[in-house]
Design a protein around this ligand. Sequence first.
Ligand SMILES: C[S@@+](CC[C@H](N)C(=O)[O-])C[C@H]1O[C@@H](n2cnc3c(N)ncnc32)[C@H](O)[C@@H]1O
Length: 253
Amino acid sequence: MSFAVAADAYDRFMGRYSIPLAPQLADLGEVAAGQRALDVGCGPGALTTELVKRLGASAVTAVDPSDPFVAAARERHPGVTVERASAEQLPFRDREFDSTLAQLVVHFMADPVAGLREMARVTRAKGVVTACVWDFALAGQGPLSVYWDAARELDPDVEDESGLAGAREGHLAELFEAAGLHAIEETPLVVRVEHPTFDDWWEPFTLGVGPAGSYAAHLDPERQAELRERCREKLPAAPFVLIARAWAARGLA
Ligand SMILES: C[S@@+](CC[C@H](N)C(=O)[O-])C[C@H]1O[C@@H](n2cnc3c(N)ncnc32)[C@H](O)[C@@H]1O
């Protein structure tokens, strides 16, 4: 997966949307002082930052399979325990955490139900498991929807993110149920991000981050320019505010 990239590239491509998403996911997970929380698939630490704000560094643990992201999360969050691990095999004892969260990760898990089941295992009884995935569905409203719409118009066979786990309404709740969670609720979360110029929006797509960045990086210069101009046609004139939706679910362990 295309997350063996510098943390700074991630910040510019996705951090701009995941940082404002984090407080909303933490609210859904009812993260509050006195708890111990686990951030699964922490990346460079958008959600970790919010958890540290609420709980203090020593009460926060984070995992990610990407070496550069683990290094960045450790450097950015002194006092937080950061391990290199995947959701499907969490290196923790049963019921260690009060709240276990995965922000924008379920769709990258090799086995989403196994990953959520592991998240439930390490969460105390009646503790909260929370996750969200951008709305990547066809005609969806995720932060990358304009990009993938344009890519599909130019290449109907493009492998976009619309079929990934949790990326359409209702699917995260189904996965939570299959993982054995209880009292499941699904809700949309919305962020609003201002882009001062078109280039501010476009340039991070060329940094090779995630499936979208990887797709752009593998296009020849002409095709990439064609995609960029198709995106420009679809977006409002700059400055513009991009309103992006994620599907989020919570359940009790
Ligand atoms: C879109 S990023 C989200 C990062 C961070 N949570 C955020 O909100 O900015 C997806 C992250 O999931 C991680 N990841 C991919 N597969 C994973 C798995 N099976 N278990 C845990 N994390 C995984 C990637 O390395 C990457 O850091």
